[in-house]
Design a protein around this ligand. Sequence first.
Ligand code: PLP
Length: 398
Amino acid sequence: MIAKAMEPFVFGDPGIGAMFDVVAKMVAEYGEENVYNFSIGNPSEPAPEEVKEAIKAILDEEPMKRIHGYNASSSGDAGARAAVAEHLNRLHGTAFTADNIMMTVGAAGGLNVLFKTILDPGTEVITFAPYFGDYNYYVENSGGTLKVVAPNAPTFQPDAAAMEELINENTRAVIINSPNNPTGVIYSEQSLKEIGEVLARKSAEYGYAIFLVADEPYRELAYDGKVVPYATKYYDNTIVAYSYSKSLSLPGDRIGYLVFPSEIEQFDAMKKAAECAIRMLGFINAPSLIQLAVEKCVNASTNIAAYDRNRKALYEGLKGLGYDCVYPDGAFYLWMKTPVEDDGEFAQMALKHRIVVVPGKAFGCPGYVRVAYCVPFEMIGNSMPAFKDLMTEIQDNY
Ligand code: PLP
């Protein structure tokens, strides 16, 4: 018998899942190149060559115990953690050591470890719409509830005053995600300062730290020289969740890390609790071979220029057809206001033109869709006649 809590996922409204079934059928019928699938955040660029070279060298050079054994510390391989810390210090002028880093099973694994570390049943975590919907599961897995600040259109910067309204004695953390999935917006320094000020004031009022959790899988995907402010600089009780899924195109290798700055409340206890949490959740430690690859590849980069080219082509193409889009500064997603009110209805209409996008309600923000441009460049040009027909259909009928 499956758990009651899982029944809605198996027997309930299939939601976006239904759309994926339709897409699979369309691909079988029309061929992959004739379905414009902008729905998935799977990197279209391959992992950098350095990763392959690093893995080969590791297999040839490192002792089997280091490659395949349990890590001596649940926080991960000491060498990999030191390499990550030094890399962050070079980039951001921070002063981290291996002690501040825990290697994790992607950002998802990191966030689950963190919430197990800091949440009690009945506690709350706040985030800003639109947001990555899986946060609900990560928070609920540890008995918490996700509270969502309403979208702040048209900038989609986080609204610190609205966040303050949601804070109460049960609040344990606030999650931010920048560059943002799904908007592509980079949260400004001003936004981070305002959030930090509110959290410092409320933490002092309640007598314990409300943590800021910076979820940053898209940090390296920033365009036009835009800087993504490093959140630990604006508020002491900040924990960073990072992932190599997008920055090195390694989503299947499941590797990332948490940064616990030394300034956070109860630093030693937090580290100890996180090391228990990673075991209790069954991860034990992050995959060891790929930790060693990260150690050798901290300076490697994905082909950001390719995503940038896609970004410009998609934005210009859609704008030229009359679609209202947010110009993305980062990540590989474009956020588009739907020309009909109901984003679900728009996504269904798009499907008839073999265009697949994700309705904004999946991100807590109806009236928009997410168009993922981590796709082959040609697909963007090839899809434009379909987007044009879709717009014509809407103009003729609404
Ligand atoms: N956070 C955000 C905002 C994401 O978009 C994703 C994946 O798409 C994740 C976390 C999970 O990433 P990972 O593959 O590192 O677990």
